[in-house]
Design a protein around this ligand. Structure first.
Ligand code: NAI
Length: 700
């Protein structure tokens, strides 16, 4: 391969250019190239200053992901940074694009920094459960002090050039549209003014107020204790604290030890797993076989919770949207539901009235199905009833142009049945959005038997256009997510009848890392949804199956959760966080008595172990039946759709972490009391017998 880093000399300025498409990642060849070009420039008596610049759309935005998880290759980035900093001639970093992670650490090793106004900076390493381990934790606080350094490293959030300038992390923002020319001018000034080199490693101004520094460190630790920080968060605090105490080179060794410790954590393994999982899930086999069609004109049937949310997601994705409702009153409500989102954006200062008007100009509400004759795709989001959906599909099949795709947002129903009704089964697909559809990133793409590769490929491209994380799912009751949810929700309900209070279970589940507990989630989604499903499945339910009546008793009172002000929790005056309800505990108590159950005292561990065993076991079934393509797709589904803590990697990665033999042992133990509910998945048993884990099935 050609050298990705080159040096040329012009008018006494050594210009180092990084050219490593597509994004100039800091792979081994770039690191080697930077070191040799710095050496060459240093040795060349004609060179009075050196510029580091990158071709293409960005300065290096970080490490090379193909080196992830492998033993680090020399020269390490930290050595590269020191090499840049130790150059005897002034080194100027010329910055554009996204200067993140290792790219930012290289930048801080240069002696001067000039950036274009739209340049973004940041240290996002926490996203992978590690810290900025190429001197970032030691250099940044030398410039900014503790608070800003901790904030940027712990949040991992990018920030703009203006903020970087304000914090002293860069020296100049240029209006010159050619960053290299601006850097050359800057270098000429530095040469002619003989501006002294100011190495960040020698600076101590960030530590000037020692008391303030120590107080900011203590406050951050206290905040992490309160919120529940990860190992990498505390490691960052330790490194920043140490920066002020140890000489720079010793600080680097400390930082190195800490990043190595981060790399040994389960959290790091889980976060790296998720990083790759979410890049894999939008790539189904169908996308390799067929090119997607462009969807520019979208139809939506129904302007309720989901229809309106999908409309907003599509409008935000730049599409034209036609919404059909069943009558004038309903379409008025649909319009209001869409407007509400944008009016709130205006209220929050996220957009202005003109911008809202421009978006709404692409929105066409109607009650006439014929207005859909030119759309490229329709998403149906009417009531969750097969008869209603069938009527809508029959009508749509008549009015849509040939080749237009017909999608259903059903949460559970059989998309094969809907496809079979139409003359275009190859163009019928499930698009299961999550509520609120304009916010939740997950989209399950449900692939019926007779759909074409092109329709599937188009659905995935459409998801990308809307900024969604798409996962391929097969047809079954509840697809990947809701089917598995059904099982662990049932396990929770059984535990509730057996003695665990819903409030205690929610607390334990939050303690595991979920933002809310399962009963808080039911209250948010609406208890009536599960009630409808239970009624729908009543006729076919196995009479030997355990049935707990508590949820039905609660629904019979009209307590559907937040929307009715009361569910498992009470929501006074529209409050979003509910309070515990003694009447719920009384209902549970009564049902226990009717069922003849003596309450059992569950430990926190028992609650979580049971909850996770039900989730993992059903996930294994979903995988075994081919409903999910790969374990990592299930992980993506649960992280993006069900609040599973990202740093635990999703249920499958978590199962691998604790050991599949342990999960199987839990299931076998529980099946002694309820053999009907606890049936170990054949796949789980097979993997344990073969000494394999779920990760071994990810290479699909
Ligand atoms: P919703 O009751 O809020 O809205 C349904 C809308 O469909 C109503 O506005 C109704 O007027 C309209 N509608 C009914 N029949 C129609 C017809 N023939 N032509 C035109 N419009 C008609 O229901 P929601 O919650 O939006 O659910 C819609 C679908 O989305 C269901 O299949 C549901 O299972 C699914 N879903 C719901 C989720 C949720 O959290 N609410 C999450 C994911 C999927």
């Amino acid at each position: 391969m050609t050298n990705p880093v080159t040096l040329s000399v012009k008018d006494h300025i050594g210009i180092i250019i990084i050219d490593n498409p597509p994004i100039n990642a800091l792979g081994i060849d770039v690191r080697k190239g930077l070191i040799s070009c710095i050496d060459e420039a240093d040795a060349n008596a004609d060179v009075k200053a050196v510029i580091i610049h990158a071709n293409g759309r960005t300065f290096p935005p970080g490490a090379d992901i193909t080196e992830f998880g492998k033993p680090p290759l020399e020269p390490h980035l930290v050595a590269t940074c020191s090499h840049v900093e130790n150059c005897s001639k002034p080194v100027i970093a010329a910055l554009h694009g996204t200067v993140l992670g290792g790219g930012f650490e290289i930048t801080l090793s240069a002696h001067f920094r000039i950036a274009m106004p739209k340049t973004k900076f940041g240290l996002p390493e926490v996203g992978l459960g590690i810290l900025p381990g190429a001197s970032g934790t030691q250099r940044v606080p030398r410039i900014t002090g503790a608070a800003a350094a901790l904030d940027m490293m712990i949040s991992g959030k990018p920030f703009n050039a203006k903020k970087a300038l304000g914090l002293g992390l860069i020296d100049k923002i240029t209006d010159n549209e050619n960053i290299l020319n601006a850097a050359i001018e800057y270098a000429q000034d530095i040469i002619s003014n003989n501006t002294p080199i100011n190495r960040v490693c020698d600076r101590t101004d960030g530590f000037a107020d020692a008391d303030k520094y120590a107080a900011e460190i203590a406050a951050t630790r206290a905040q992490l204790d309160k919120k529940g920080g990860l190992f990498c968060h505390y490691a960052i605090v330790d490194c920043v604290e140490t920066a002020a105490k140890l000489p720079f080179n010793k600080g680097l060794i400390y930082e190195r030890d800490k990043i190595m410790a981060c790399m040994r954590t389960d959290e790091h393994a889980a976060l790296v797993h998720v990083f790759f999982a979410e890049r894999k899930s939008p790539k189904p086999p169908e996308a390799k076989r067929a090119k997607p069609l462009d969807i520019a004109e979208l139809g939506i049937i129904g302007g309720g919770t989901m229809g309106a949310g999908i409309a907003v997601a599509a409008l935000n994705g730049g599409l034209n949207v036609t919404m059909v409702e069943r009558d004038e009153d309903s379409i008025k409500r649909g319009i209001k539901n869409v407007e509400k989102v944008y009016l709130r954006n205006i209220e929050k200062g996220r957009m202005n009235a003109d911008q809202m008007a421009a978006v709404m100009a692409r929105f066409s509400p109607t009650t006439n199905y014929n207005d859909l004759s030119q759309v490229d795709m329709v998403i149906e989001a009417v009531f969750e009833r097969m008869d209603v959906k069938k009527a809508v599909f029959t009508e749509l099949d008549k009015v849509l142009k040939p080749g237009a795709i017909l999608a259903s947002n059903t949460s559970y129903l059989n998309v094969n049945e809907l496809a079979a009704l139409t003359k275009r089964p190859a163009e019928v697909i499930g698009l299961h959005f999550f509520s609120p559809a304009n916010i939740m990133r997950l989209l399950e793409i449900v692939v019926p038997d007779n759909v074409s590769d092109q329709t599937v490929s188009t659905a995935f491209a459409f998801a990308k256009k809307l900024g969604k994380v798409a996962v391929r799912a097969g047809v079954c009751d509840g697809f990947i997510g809701n089917r598995i949810l059904g099982k662990y929700a049932q396990a929770a309900t059984n535990m509730m009848e057996d003695g665990a209070s819903p409030y205690r279970m929610d607390k334990v589940i939050r303690g595991f890392g979920y933002p809310i507990g399962v009963y808080q989630m039911f209250d948010l989604a609406g208890g009536d949804i599960g009630w409808d499903t239970r009624k729908r499945l009543a006729a076919t339910r196995d009479p030997a199956e355990r049935y707990v009546h508590i949820d039905d008793r609660i629904c019979e009172n009209g307590w559907f959760g937040q929307k009715t002000g009361r569910g498992y929790y009470i929501y006074e005056n529209g409050a979003r966080i509910g309070t515990e309800d003694p009447e719920i505990l009384a209902i549970i108590d009564k049902e226990r008595k009717i069922a003849g159950i003596t309450p059992h005292n569950f430990s926190d561990e028992e609650i979580m172990e049971t909850y996770m065993a039900a989730m993992i076991n059903e996930a294994a079934n979903v995988l075994h039946e081919g409903i999910a393509l790969r374990p990592s797709d299930i992980d993506v589904t649960f992280i993006y759709g069900y609040g599973f803590p990202r740093h635990k990697g999703g249920p499958m990665q978590y199962a691998d972490t604790i050991g599949l033999d342990k999960v199987l042992a839990t299931i076998e133990r529980l099946s002694q009391d309820d053999a009907n509910f606890w049936v170990a998945s054949p796949l789980l048993k097979q993997l344990v017998a073969d000494g394999k884990n779920f990760a071994s099935l990810n290479n699909v």
